[in-house]
Design a binder for this molecule. Structure first.
Ligand code: FAD
Ligand code: NAI
Length: 465
């Protein structure tokens, strides 16, 4: 079988790349070792976690928020199998959707582990050991990432779980200890906190959500504490031991000091993800790697001619939309076009309640780079729609270059922040200023008016504050 392009891995990077290449007239195949397409994101990541986040948020709202709106439904009861079925149905609809799209675009699909035997040659080994050889002009590696293990701790996906096990617990743990106050820890911690678990998050650093704007992270930590989260910041886990039907977690101050123990029914290890390249045969063909990541140039090319790489397996944030955009860019480059990804404008969203969304630079980034900037902030307490929805927690922060007024970063904590950030991304993609944002008419009453008001606040002229 001979192709213009073989993509190894069908996560958001791989399947989007394959579809774009097919749209551009290439003969394309994908190789996938799992039984379903869509990779981490659709099978065990973005999609199932958002299904559980939505369902558990509805449960929390029914329990705590509806009475204040005059809606009396009584104390909600949890049907855990039904909630998990909602998640499984959502995953099935999405992975089947990708299968349909690949077929519609005439992309050949090969199920099995793909290995690069030589430039232009991919060998697919199916579960039964049968091999198929694919000839191809180009190869895109889109094999994604896997959970980073905690040294000395065995993940059994029952008591000590990764995100994958946490997405399919059969009951709500009484006590959940989360290791790592990153995106996974706070999202999946939120799911089980809302459903009644006592949640303690152990984080090595002295703050949550490293990389996010510090002011936003601090305020958000207080909001989570109000929701009942316990934090053990500046602590590391030194031991996790089985104890009865649960575990005992030993933690120590990161700077040294006395150890203490936490009892848990379930321990979620969420200390990051690492690139996945096992079984690809990269060493044999001489593809350069650096700290586990495949090294690429500005055009996604590895050092081996005809071999490219995108998504979690290369540098940059491990985000589905970043992988997708790289998939499109490399397909366009292979078709002789000018595919490009603007890494300055990759939004990041934490899908908690409230949500956190950010695009561009943080204040810390700008200070470190010596950029002089202006700040405009607006709280949701002063937004009419937020009051109407009793969603007044949080604020919007716009950072603009002091000399040119160009918007360099926007940070939001608030309900629906993940949707609100899109207008900031469009503005920044067009090199827009805070003046542009402030003079754009925003519908009333909407949460997005807080974004406009924060832009007005850059020049100290917010109207409703
Ligand atoms: P992946 O999605 O990891 O896909 C790689 C694919 O390659 C897999 O299907 C794998 O089976 C296959 N593969 C690997 N090796 C081979 C081989 N040798 N042969 C054949 N196939 C192979 N990101 C967001 O942007 N938003 C979110 O809300 C979000 N939520 C997340 C929640 C969780 C719990 C997790 C774990 C991650 C989340 N992410 C989220 C991150 C997101 O899932 C990844 O950034 C994204 O999936 C990366 O896409 P990818 O195409 O690079 O790789
Ligand atoms: P993360 O990198 O976001 O957070 C890991 C946290 O664990 C960090 O705060 C780190 O300081 C801490 N940590 C590391 N070692 C530790 C130790 N030994 N003890 C205690 N704390 C320790 O990683 P996470 O949450 O596992 O997510 C992995 C990736 O998946 C992220 O890169 C993220 O981009 C992606 N993701 C994205 C989501 C989204 O966009 N909404 C949702 C979930 C995951």
């Amino acid at each position: 079988m001979s192709y213009d392009l073989v993509v190894i891995g069908t996560g958001p990077g791989g399947y989007v790349c394959a579809i774009r290449a097919a749209q551009l007239g290439m003969k394309v195949a994908v190789v996938e070792k799992w039984k379903t397409f869509g990779g981490t994101c659709l099978n065990v990541g973005c999609i199932p976690s958002k299904a559980l986040l939505h369902a558990s948020e509805m449960f929390a709202q029914a329990a705590h928020d509806l009475p204040s709106l005059g809606v009396i439904v009584g104390a909600p009861t949890l049907d855990m199998p039904a909630m998990m079925k909602h998640k499984d149905d959502t995953v099935a609809a999405n992975v089947n959707g990708v299968a349909f799209l690949l077929k519609k675009n005439k992309v050949d699909t090969h199920i099995g582990v793909g290995a690069i035997a030589a430039p232009g040659k991919v060998v697919v080994t199916a579960d039964d050991g049968k091999t198929t050889e694919l000839e191809t002009k180009n190869i895109v590696i889109a094999t994604g990432s896997e959970v980073t293990p905690l040294p000395g701790v065995t993940i059994d996906e029952k008591i000590v779980v990764s995100s994958t096990g946490a997405l399919k617990l059969d009951k709500v743990p009484g006590r959940l200890v989360v290791v790592g106050a990153g995106v996974i820890g706070l999202e999946l911690g939120s799911v089980y906190r809302r459903l009644g678990a006592e949640v303690t998050v152990v984080e090595f650093l002295d703050r949550i959500l490293p990389g996010m704007d510090t002011e936003i992270a601090r305020q958000f930590q207080r909001m989570l504490e109000k929701q009942g989260f316990n934090f053990q910041l500046a602590h590391k886990v030194s031991k996790v031991e089985a104890a009865g039907a649960g575990a005992v977690v030993t933690i120590e101050p990161a700077a040294g000091g006395d150890a203490k123990t936490l009892e848990a029914d379930v321990v979620l290890v969420a200390i990051g993800r690492r690139p996945y390249t096992q079984g690809l045969g990269l060493e044999a063909v001489g593809v350069a790697m650096e700290r586990g990541r495949v090294v690429i140039d500005d055009h996604f090319a590895t050092n081996v001619p005809g071999v490219y790489a995108i998504g979690d397996v290369v540098r940059g944030p491990m985000l589905a939309h970043k992988a997708e955009d790289e998939g499109i860019a490399v397909a366009e480059i292979l078709a002789g076009q000018h595919g490009h990804v603007n890494y300055n404008v990759i939004p990041g969203v934490v899908y908690t309640e409230p949500e956190i969304a950010a695009v561009g630079k943080t204040e810390e980034d700008l200070t470190a780079a010596g950029v002089v900037y202006k700040v405009g902030k607006f709280p949701f307490t002063a937004n009419g729609r937020a009051r109407a929805m009793r969603a007044t927690d949080g604020f919007v922060k716009v950072l603009a270059d002091a000399a040119t007024d160009r918007v360099l970063g926007v940070h939001i904590v608030g309900r629906g922040a993940g949707e609100l950030i899109a207008e900031a991304a469009v503005l920044m993609e067009f090199g827009g200023s805070s003046e542009d944002l402030a003079r754009t008419c925003h519908a009333h009453p909407t949460m997005s008016e807080a974004v406009k008001e924060a832009a007005l606040a850059v020049e100290k002229r917010a109207i409703h504050m």
